[in-house]
Design a binder for this molecule. Structure first.
Ligand code: AMP
Ligand code: GLY
Length: 428
């Protein structure tokens, strides 16, 4: 198979790395790709959202499978265009992507179909938001802008007063993140967070793998929210029958709902869940693989991953191909020192990094220029290591981080020191 991966982040580098090793993969391409994907296949200088150019190049290059990485491509309708042109696509159409691109759509969908989720009120103006907050019973409030806002559209407010401040600043300055006016005021859930990735072929859906990510910039889950500063898999401290519960409580009603609404959802459904005292609840859906979760899942995937994704894209998922080994993986993100406030480009990084077997580096937004890497400076790379358990993987990952950081010889990168450290997480 000749496979195109759409996107430019470390998630896409990890997908390309795993797909390239699949027995049924002949060649991998990426659009626009990054320094990592350039090292194992051709990068096409086409934006992830440019459906017209992607269709043309895929036809010229006889692509057998397209894997959509980022939400921007899905929301731009790239899946629709490629499918209309007869290509096999792993990733939903724009309408299925609304489960991610509109939090209001997703919340109403869950309410219509009995999917357990945080209680929420939807408002369209400051006055309506204030009325809701006046009547708010107690506890924290999560304030969420409706549209895609690159992680900036959610504020976890510890109390009603703080929530008031958020809605006032958004509405008064006409700057609700994502550009719309719809806002959700959501009950603050307390518990353990986990990302479960379910494969959907339009007719069936199965949990495939799970991981936990670290969203805050600083150690001990402090500082601003980011795209994700690290991850580990498999998740810890969750019920052993997690996947059965997800299948029964979340995926069954979701699939019934999709079918009832005539939505043929093909790809991965990322279920952002909270394991609360009241069972599993959905925090959010995403219509794509997670970043950095994918960087820790791909090293654990075994078997013919390319054939698995192709079977999903063809609407005939072969679950016997869905295999993940019993080891653990920890991934640490190295980011620009001013991330997430600002992305400052970091140039001239060494492309060849010293790695032991079982460790891997996945590049984020970057280009390979004369054997050196120019990075755009947000999340620059993810260093991952596989181990017998999380503690082992964590030790190996941080050894690799130290080697990588000293080889790169740059002070322009920073990273969290507590990824996979449960003693730290459990203290919170
Ligand atoms: P989202 O973009 O919806 O995933 O929100 C970003 C992060 O905010 C999530 O990963 C959670 O850590 C947190 N969050 C969102 N909604 C809730 C909620 N209802 N209760 C507690 N935390 C939440
Ligand atoms: N790791 C969070 C996300 O991919 O949305």
């Amino acid at each position: 198979m000749r496979i195109l991966i759409v996107g430019a982040g470390a998630r896409e580098d990890a997908l390309s790395w795993r797909l390239a090793q699949s027995p049924s993969c002949e060649a991998v391409f990426a659009a626009p790709g990054n320094a990592g994907t350039a090292s194992r296949g051709q990068n096409w200088p086409i934006a992830a959202t440019d459906g017209v150019a992607l269709v043309k190049r895929c036809q010229e290059q006889r692509i057998d499978l397209v894997v959509l990485g980022p939400e921007s491509a899905i929301a731009a309708g790239v899946g629709d265009r490629l499918r209309d042109a007869g290509l096999a696509v792993f990733g939903p159409n724009r309408s299925g992507g609304r489960l991610e691109s509109s939090k209001v759509f997703a919340k109403r969908f869950m309410e219509r179909h009995g999917v357990p989720t945080a209680r929420a009120r939807i408002v369209h103006s400051l006055e309506a938001a204030q009325r809701e907050l006046d009547a708010w019973s107690s506890g924290g409030v999560v304030v969420k802008a409706d549209g895609l806002a690159a992680g900036k559209g959610v504020v976890v407010a510890p109390d009603v007063e703080a929530a008031r401040g958020v809605v006032e600043s958004w509405y008064r300055s006409h700057s609700v993140p994502g550009g719309g006016t719809d806002v959700l005021l959501e009950e603050l859930l307390v518990g353990r967070e986990v990302s479960v990735f379910a494969l959907c072929d339009g007719r069936a859906t199965v949990p495939f793998a799970a991981a936990c990510d670290y969203k805050r910039a600083g150690d001990g889950d402090t500082g601003p929210n980011t795209g994700g500063m690290g991850a580990y898999a498999p998740p810890q401290g969750l019920p052993a029958d997690l996947f059965d519960r997800v299948r029964e409580r979340i995926l069954s009603p979701v699939l019934r709902g999709l079918l009832a609404e005539g939505e043929t959802y093909i790809g991965v459904l990322y279920c952002g869940l909270m394991w609360t005292g009241d069972g599993l609840k959905v925090i959010e859906f995403n219509a794509r693989f997670g970043d950095p979760e994918t960087q820790v899942l791909m090293p654990l995937v075994t078997g013919d991953f390319a054939a698995l994704l192709k079977s999903v894209a063809d609407g005939a998922m072969d679950v016997s191909l869905a295999a993940v080994c019993g080891k653990s993986c920890v991934g640490v993100v190295l980011a620009g020192t001013e991330y997430p406030r600002r992305s400052v480009p970091v140039q001239g990084l060494r492309a060849e990094l010293p790695l032991d077997s079982g460790t891997q580096v996945f590049w984020g937004g970057s280009t390979l220029v004369d054997g050196r890497v120019d990075a755009s400076g947000g999340r620059v790379l993810t260093v991952t290591a596989v181990g017998e358990d999380i503690a082992d993987a964590r030790t190996r990952a941080y050894e690799a981080v130290a080697r990588v950081a000293s080889t790169l010889g740059t002070r322009e990168l920073s990273y969290r020191r507590d990824i996979g450290d449960f003693a730290q997480r459990d203290r919170q």
